[in-house]
Design a binder for this molecule. Structure first.
Ligand SMILES: Nc1nc2c(ncn2[C@@H]2O[C@H](COP(=O)(O)OP(=O)(O)O)[C@@H](O)[C@H]2O)c(=O)[nH]1
Ligand SMILES: [Mg+2]
Length: 247
């Protein structure tokens, strides 16, 4: 998957470079124009879409590169690929960083006491592993963390989390298998409030967005815990379906 993306971005870079060098022709140096790229935009967008990049994003990447290259002076002896790659990176980075939450979790935890985070996502994406990493992050900052097993469904799920917690030295609020996760989470949050925890990390059973019962269950967990943040864990190899999972 990453290889496919790397290849497609490489091919985009080459196509853009080729377009510019054709436009440059025999002239020793001139400014790159927006249209040098824009006139190939259909072809570029199609290549990106074929690599499972959403249409709107593909368009935005191409326009972003065209805008950044517009007016850049280039000579025939310059490494055109490097110039294009640089702008391509910038365009992609801008899209990826948009909407990234830049808050300070440690500060927020001190304010909320407890800060409540619910982790959700389909099976096997890495919710439990992420919780262990996040727990470690908070304990390193000297905060008191409680981990809650909201997964009362999948065999072994609680043991998995319990092993992480014991290695981290973090208390673990467990529940009976088959018990109502909403009730477990409710009890855990009350417990955390009384005991002065700074952070509550809530694990949930993996669910497909198409499974209605489990979706109702997660709504209940959210209702009773009133989380400060709902964290959707996604597999980085998921393409456009990530948007459906988020919805
Ligand atoms: N390569 C890789 N594997 C991971 C990562 N996070 C979790 N895993 C592995 O993916 C599997 C499922 O992770 P788990 O945390 O149990 O997922 P959960 O079902 O969402 O709780 C485990 O074997 C993890 O070791 C990651 O960032 N990279
Ligand atoms: Mg899990």
């Amino acid at each position: 998957m990453f290889k496919a993306l790397k290849n497609v971005f490489g091919s985009i870079r080459s196509a853009i470079s080729k377009g510019i060098s054709e436009a440059l022709g025999a002239i020793a140096s001139r400014e790159i124009r927006y249209d040098d790229i824009a006139k190939r935009s259909d072809e570029l967008v199609v290549r990106l879409v074929e690599a499972d990049i959403a249409y709107e994003v593909a368009e935005e990447i191409v326009i972003g590169v065209a805008k950044r290259l517009d007016g850049v002076r280039i000579s025939r002896f310059e490494d055109l690929d490097a110039v294009v790659e640089d702008k391509l990176r910038e365009a992609i980075k801008e899209i990826l960083l948009r909407g990234v939450w830049k808050g300070d979790l440690v500060k927020l935890a001190a304010e909320r006491k407890p800060l409540k985070l619910v982790f959700m996502g389909v099976n096997g994406v890495g919710k439990t592993t992420t919780i262990a990493k996040v727990a470690r992050f908070f304990t390193k900052h000297g905060l008191k963390v409680l981990v809650v097993a909201g997964d009362t469904f999948r065999a072994g799920a609680q043991e998995h989390l319990a092993v992480h917690c014991s290695r981290l030295g973090v208390p673990f609020f467990r529940a009976k298998y088959g018990s109502d996760p909403g009730a477990v989470v409710y009890d855990a949050v009350r417990h955390a409030e009384k005991q002065g925890y700074d952070v509550v990390l809530i694990d949930t059973a993996g669910r497909q967005h198409t499974d209605r019962d489990l979706m109702e269950e997660i709504k209940k967990i959210v209702r009773v815990s009133k989380p400060d943040l709902k964290i959707l864990v996604l597999d980085s190899l998921t393409g456009n379906d990530a948007v459906n999972q988020a919805r």
